[in-house]
Design a binder for this molecule. Structure first.
Ligand code: ATP
Length: 248
């Protein structure tokens, strides 16, 4: 059973600054090879959940005070953020933080920082990333800060791919992008999922789009999962339609 799940989050609580309880018992699962959507309004706790998984809460004065998180069967608490990347769990932060002053290609190469295999394997993977993102191939020599928002989002996903992940935690990739570009990015995510077997936990406010690509979804409200199920079932649920569809 455990092998079928790349990620299992079991009843976690997260507290910021020792007193602010933000996650109040969140459980979720990502079956290996699936795209799972984590949905909810601004402030519901999506980013906090992703940071708890990738063990990045300390920098925010946050702490998991209850529950457990298993990535590939291993308790993440016992792993440093870099260990997690080496084991195949990587987070793509909200706000597409490409290194603005580096070229697109330099940005991609920074994604290989935890790898110990040789230059030729890394060069091969660079070409693999360009095959998925032809726009990045065209812009490889451009300063990232001067590329479009969509290209920067592609750049940070491409950078994550350079670590050869099993799972990518993708935080609001659609934010601020035109629907056509969002669709282009989600099509590539689907492609990576199908062809490379990468699992995704996709935090999104764009419920509509996320449920078109995910197999399962969880809806967070005020630090709790209030609904979950198959993406198709959620997309046709009346409450979901009323409160979440058509808002993004
Ligand atoms: P967003 O779409 O803005 O990313 P979200 O669903 O990801 O929203 P979080 O960013 O996880 O939500 O925030 C959940 C709650 O935790 C919010 O009420 C937020 O104000 C609070 N919060 C987030 N970071 C901190 C922090 N470092 N210290 C205190 N409270 C925080």
């Amino acid at each position: 059973e455990a092998a079928a799940l790349v990620l299992s989050v079991n009843n976690i609580e997260v507290v910021y600054d020792h007193v602010i309880l933000v996650l109040k018992g969140v459980s979720l699962e990502v079956p290996r090879g699936h795209i799972v959507a984590l949905l909810g309004a601004n402030g519901a706790g999506k980013t906090t959940t992703l940071k708890a998984i990738s063990n990045l809460l300390h920098a925010e004065r946050g702490e998991v005070t209850k529950g457990s998180i298993l990535f590939d069967g291993v308790e993440v608490k016992s792993l440093s953020p870099n260990d997690l990347v080496r084991r195949g769990c990587i987070q793509v932060m909200e706000g597409r933080r490409a290194f603005a002053h580096l070229t697109v290609e330099e940005n991609l190469l920074t994604g290989a920082f935890t790898r110990r295999d040789g230059k030729s394997a890394i060069a091969q993977d660079l070409e693999r990333v360009y095959a998925y993102f032809p726009r990045l191939a065209e812009r490889r020599g451009s300063t990232a800060g001067y590329t479009s928002g969509g290209e920067q989002q592609m750049c940070v996903i491409g950078r994550a791919l350079m670590s050869r992940p099993k799972m990518i935690l993708l935080d609001e990739p659609s934010m601020g992008l035109a629907p056509r570009i969002v669709e282009e990015i989600f099509e590539i995510v689907k492609d990576l999922n199908v062809k490379e077997g990468v699992s995704f936990l996709l935090a999104e406010q764009n419920t509509n789009m996320a449920l078109r690509y995910a197999s399962h979804g969880y809806i967070l409200e005020n630090g709790r999962v209030v609904m979950d199920g198959e993406a198709r079932t959620l997309a046709s649920n009346e409450d979901v339609k009323e409160f979440y569809l058509g808002v993004a």
